[in-house]
Design a binder for this molecule. Sequence first.
Ligand code: GLU
Length: 279
Amino acid sequence: MNLRKTGAAAALVAVLALTASACGDDDGDSGSSGSGDGGKKITVGIKYDQPGIGLKEPDGSFSGMDVEVAKYVAKELGYDEKNIEFKETKSADRETALQNGDVDFIVASYSINDERKQKVDFAGPYFLAHQDLLIRADDNIAAGEDLNGKKLCSVTGSTSAQNVKTKIAPEAQLVERGGYSECISALQSKVVDALTTDNSILAGYAAQDQYKGKFKLAGLSLSNENYGIGTKKGSELTAKINTALEKMVDDGTWQKVMDETFGPANYQFEPAPAIGQLK
Ligand code: GLU
C-alpha cells in the first residue's frame, strides 16, 4: 500500500516537473516574472466595437491601441499572448466587472475620475484624449452650446454622456445607447444630429472606409479624458501595471503603437502622459 502511494506520489512529482518545464518553454522570456505561472490565464476587459481602440474583427481577432497596451502589460505581468482572454466590457459595465472579479483588469478607453475611483483602482494614465463631436460632413457645430436643442447620441455610463448633462449642453436632447457603434447608426440614419465622445474614438470611426466623406469631427476639445487601466480596489496588480506602462513608453513601444494605430486616421494624439499625473 505504502509502496503504491509512494509510486503515485513519484508519478505526480514527475508530471508536475514536466508541466513546469513545458510551461517554462512556452513562456519564453516572460517566464522570469513568475506571476504568470505558465499556462495560467488572465482576463482583460476591452471594447469590441471601437475601431482603433478595441475592436473584435470578423475573424475573431482583436485590434486597437487598447488591445496592444493590454498585450504589452500582460506580457510584463508574465502572461503569454495566448493566455489572455479578452472579454467585452461596455462603458456602463466596467466598475461592476472589476468588482465582481469577471476581469483582472480593464483597458477600454476608461477615463480616470473621482466617482469611479471610489469603486475601482486605476493604473496610468497611459493616454490623454478630449471629448469632441462627430457630425455629418455637411454640418457645422462651432461650440458645445450649439448643441442645446439638438439630438445628441452618447453611451450610458460614459463620462461623455455625463459631461453633456452637467456641463456641455444641458438643454440638448441626449439619446443614450449601449455602445458607440449604435450611435454611429443613429447618426447615419439622422435619428441624431451628432455623436459625442473622445476624439480618439471618433477618429477611429471617421477613418473607416464605409464612413469616409460622410462624417467629420467638429474639432472641439470639450474635456480631458485621462485613460487609466482599471483594477479591482486594493489589487496588487495596479503597481505592477504602472511599471509595465512606464516601460512601454521608455522602450518606444508606446509611440510605435500609437503611430501605427492613429497615423492612418490622421488623428493628432497627445504625447504619453506621466504615470500618476492627470491633466
Ligand atoms: N473615456 C470616456 C469614458 O470612460 C468615454 C469613452 C467610453 O465610454 O469608453 O467614459
